[in-house]
Design a protein around this ligand. Structure first.
Ligand code: BGC
Length: 348
């Protein structure tokens, strides 16, 4: 079969090439790939900045945002041939740490977790893949190809759960949410936060076009410019840019008793002069800054429910480009109008 593979930490090594069929040890459920979506992490891996091949191997099959059709459910699963499924990304560490031991692999404490298509286990950008039944999530068939958006939605489901958990330390009835960054994660965060009718604002650098349109279509408010200029103090900020200045502004701008949840992974040093000012704002307003990554099974369950409740036309506008696997180079390129790029392996 063919797969999109990469030699992690070596830029320019992505190939669409012949690889052996998936190993039976990867799981008893055999799946035919329909689609795999591209995210910033895939681009980073392709650029040689992140990622780990399986032990003893030099190349990794890329891809962690998946959608496939069950070809063979195997002997011990409730899945049926033809079911649409997606695969959970992370596997618990083998020690296991206390959090992995209780199924909270997203909160792994020793860093020995593995992740499909990212860290030491092959991903889903192959014509066929295997998965353990307990890590295969059945998708609402009415979502169709939009099921490929489940994985980023799980990241949001976890982040929102973290925000609520932190907020509950005191009396707290959040009403306003600011999302920074109108990429796929930011837009999905805004859409999920609108489900309970919260007042949602989204801020991005872009001034016109699809992103502001999508935000307004949710009944949310769009801002371009600086967080400090939005004109109110949000109860919650979901930070999806990873940009230092946006993070610093968010910590200063969030309302008293508020929560800033960081989901974006950026790079760059700490501007020491500003840290104490930013921290002082957090101290004096009892604010919390919480980082959030990945998702466990509870979040996959919640995300599956939330995604199925979102408007299908709105969701389909998030996918701005479909590419064939052989066009992986274009798929991994970030073009100005892109929101989500999907690599389509077979017809749905
Ligand atoms: C994925 C997460 C993963 C993280 C770090 C993200 O792109 O969505 O599942 O934990 O990268 O590797």
């Amino acid at each position: 079969m063919k797969a999109i593979t990469v030699e992690p930490r070596k830029p320019g090594t992505v190939r669409f090439e012949d690889v052996p069929d998936p190993d039976a040890r990867e799981g008893s459920v055999l799946v035919e790939a329909i689609a795999a979506a591209v995210c910033g992490t895939d681009v980073e891996i392709a650029e040689g900045k992140y990622g780990w091949a399986p032990p003893g191997k030099t190349r990794l099959v890329l891809g962690h945002e998946s959608l496939g059709r069950v070809i063979d459910p195997g002997p011990r699963s409730s899945l049926k041939k033809g079911d649409l499924v997606t695969g959970i990304v992370r596997r618990p560490d083998p020690v296991p740490c206390p959090n992995c031991a209780v199924g909270e692999w997203d909160m792994c404490r020793n860093g020995l977790y593995t992740e499909r298509g990212i860290k030491e286990i092959h991903g889903f950008m192959s014509e066929r893949w295997r998965i353990e039944p307990e890590y295969a999530i059945k998708i609402d068939p009415s979502l169709g190809i939009l099921g490929v958006l489940l994985e980023p939605t799980t990241v949001i489901a976890k982040a929102l759960e973290q925000i609520l958990a932190v907020g509950q330390r005191a009396f707290w009835e959040p009403k306003t949410v600011l999302v920074t960054g109108a990429g796929p994660i930011g837009l999905l965060a805004a859409a999920v936060a609108r489900l309970p009718r919260l007042e949602v604002h989204v801020l991005d650098r872009i001034e016109t076009g699809l992103k502001p349109d999508l935000v307004r279509a949710l009944g949310a408010t769009y801002h371009s410019g600086r967080v400090l200029d939005i004109g109110f103090e949000p109860d919650v900020i979901v930070e999806c840019t990873g940009v230092g200045s946006v993070i610093a502004d968010s910590i200063q701008k969030v309302g008293a008793g508020g929560v800033v949840c960081l989901t974006g992974v950026g790079a760059g040093g700490i501007a020491m002069g500003a840290v104490a000012d930013v921290a002082a704002a957090a101290v004096l307003k009892n604010n919390v800054v919480v980082g959030s990554v990945n998702a466990n099974k509870r979040h996959w369950y919640k995300a599956n429910d939330r995604l199925a409740r979102l408007d299908r036309t709105w969701l389909s506008r998030l996918i701005t480009r479909y590419e064939k696997p052989e066009n992986f180079t274009q798929a991994l390129e970030r073009k100005p109008d892109d929101i989500k790029v999907v690599i389509q392996f077979s017809e749905i």
